[in-house]
Design a binder for this molecule. Structure first.
Ligand SMILES: [Zn+2]
Length: 475
């Protein structure tokens, strides 16, 4: 145990803070939008720990650190004084932002092989909630930054920011959503060049016969919670009418379930994924991908066969809450259900509401409970994307086979959405090297990271930050 690298010991320690975010939304059947962190005191203890472990970041005149809303850190790493004077044009380089979150989702402790907040190490893996999502990123960024900052041969060539947030797992209302206006205020009208947040990963068994795929999220889906309500006359159950609020709602939900929202491929992130991967497909598929504007229909059919890739081409919907009735012998006068949609970047909450209304008909009222439209897709033709690709390739240079890097769409959402008005380009990636079967660990049980992979994660951030913001210092 004692021969563990210090960086691993620190991640192990951070996992032991039970910083669980728990959503109270809908728990009472009401939408009062109340989200809360289970133990804010624990989050404060984690703050103290990381501040004491990284004095070069938290107690340095080279940075400004602000605690926002008593939970999230906004760290401003400032361009080195001597650099500012020596190269004027560097002042025109826009700052960028890295984002990671310190909270985690709840656990069902009895399903875990090892207690989820102990940080047990077994067979080269560190087990614990947050070992992947997203405490390893928080710590890897701090490890990388700290080592670059104490290296006297290096100077910071541009301003950049790091947001370490505290309630991403419950939509970020108190964390990222409060950090964003403060950052906008600091930027004072200036834009960010790009944002890098958590998101996609390196998938080892991406497809049979394929090398591992390092997918960089260039877009993420939006979301929409719609409430479908039916109101009719209630009454006594002994004289039932042919239709009730219950039957009408069930009818509407099954119509909606059978309906398929439009499928998109041409000019979408999925299109870009296929183009990047096309050299590894057999010749016939490769030529279909090349002429996707004409083979669109066939390819959509093929890709839709896999339920996972199918979700990357369309808006999905699923009923998650349903309610109606107060007694066994009373016909309810009102029934409602909540349908959770994940919006494809080609759709909007308005367009999906409109399609839903036309499917369920005029007897059903459709209201928005909560929504966030998808952001626009980021470009891969930027210096930041090239830096990411280079850092990924260098991090995994010794792996055989080496991963191919491809842009992709994230089906979940990240804190980066709260900053989308501040940057043209947002990338979502963490260099986790996982197999398909490992993915369910992320919000499930036995979440773990290979120690060697954690070291690669630190290396990745070091390479990326070094390229994006550090250079040899001048005497
Ligand atoms: Zn996360």
């Amino acid at each position: 145990m004692n021969d563990l690298p210090d960086c691993v010991k620190r991640l192990q320690k951070v996992i032991q803070f039970r910083t669980v975010s728990k959503s109270l939304r809908f728990e009472t059947g009401e939408n009062h939008g109340l989200d809360c962190l289970e133990l804010p005191e624990t989050m404060r203890k984690m703050h103290s720990y990381i501040k004491s472990e990284f004095p070069s970041v938290f107690s340095s005149e080279k940075t400004n650190v602000e605690l926002i809303n008593d939970g999230s850190f906004l760290i401003h790493v400032k361009v080195a004084n001597n650099f500012q004077q020596s190269i004027d044009q560097q002042q025109n380089q826009l700052p960028f932002l890295l984002v990671a979150h310190m909270d985690v989702v709840p656990t069902k402790d009895d399903e875990w092989k090892h207690p989820p907040f102990d940080g047990v190490i077994e067979d080269g893996f560190l087990y614990g909630r947050g070992s992947l999502d997203d405490k390893s990123a928080v710590m890897a960024i701090l490890e990388a930054l700290s080592s670059l900052m104490i290296d006297e041969s290096l100077a910071c060539t541009r301003d950049f920011y790091i947001a370490l947030t505290h309630d991403e797992e419950v939509k970020g209302s108190f964390g990222a959503q409060q950090v964003a206006p403060r950052l906008a205020e600091i930027l004072d009208g200036k834009e960010l060049e790009f944002i890098l947040d958590e998101g996609l990963i390196v998938l080892e068994d991406f497809r049979p016969g394929f090398p591992p795929a390092a997918m960089v999220g260039i877009c993420e889906k939006g979301h929409l919670d719609m409430k479908l309500t039916v109101k009719t006359h209630g009454g006594h159950s002994s004289i039932p009418p042919s239709e009730t609020a219950v039957t009408k709602l069930c009818d509407a939900l099954s119509k909606l379930n059978a309906y398929k929202f439009p499928v998109y491929l041409y000019n979408t992130p999925m299109h870009q994924t296929l183009l990047a991967l096309s050299p590894h497909f057999p010749a016939v598929q490769r030529s279909m991908i090349k002429s996707i504007n004409t083979t669109d229909y066939v390819l959509k059919k093929i890709i839709s066969r896999d339920p996972i890739t199918s979700t990357l081409m369309q808006t999905t919907k699923v009923t998650t809450l349903i309610s109606g009735g107060t007694a066994a012998n009373v016909i309810p006068s009102e029934c409602w259900a909540v349908v959770n949609c994940r919006l494809h970047p080609n759709d909007t909450s308005d367009s999906v509401m409109e399609m839903t209304r036309s499917v369920v008909g005029p007897d059903v009222t459709v209201d928005v409970v909560d929504k966030c439209d998808p952001p626009k897709c980021s470009s891969t033709d930027t210096p930041a994307y090239s830096s990411l690709v280079n850092a990924i390739k260098a991090t995994f240079a010794n792996c055989d086979p080496q991963p191919i890097v491809a842009p992709g769409l994230l089906t979940g959402q990240t804190d980066s959405r709260h900053f989308k008005h501040l940057a043209q380009n947002i990338y979502r990636f963490n260099p986790f090297w996982l197999k398909r079967a490992d993915i369910e660990r992320i919000h499930g049980h036995d979440e773990r990271i290979a120690i060697s992979n954690y070291e690669q994660q630190i290396e990745f951030f070091k390479l990326f930050l070094r390229d994006a913001a550090f250079s040899q210092s001048f005497p």
